[in-house]
Design a protein around this ligand. Sequence first.
Ligand SMILES: [Zn+2]
Length: 68
Amino acid sequence: MRLTCPMCKKQLDDVPADYQPRPFCSARCKRIDLGNWLTGAYRVTEPVRPDMPEFDELAQRLDSTDWN
Ligand SMILES: [Zn+2]
């Protein structure tokens, strides 16, 4: 199936139905989306984009967080 990541807008053409990070392209985008909600980033008018430095910063912050 086809998937368009709601976080980075990347398109994946052949994704299995049980693709784990769905609807995101990767666990990274999934966690960033979750992080956005947790940090209230969605309240700002400018969406987080993958080419923004803040994106990597947030990803790193999330990577150091134990979500389990
Ligand atoms: Zn993505």
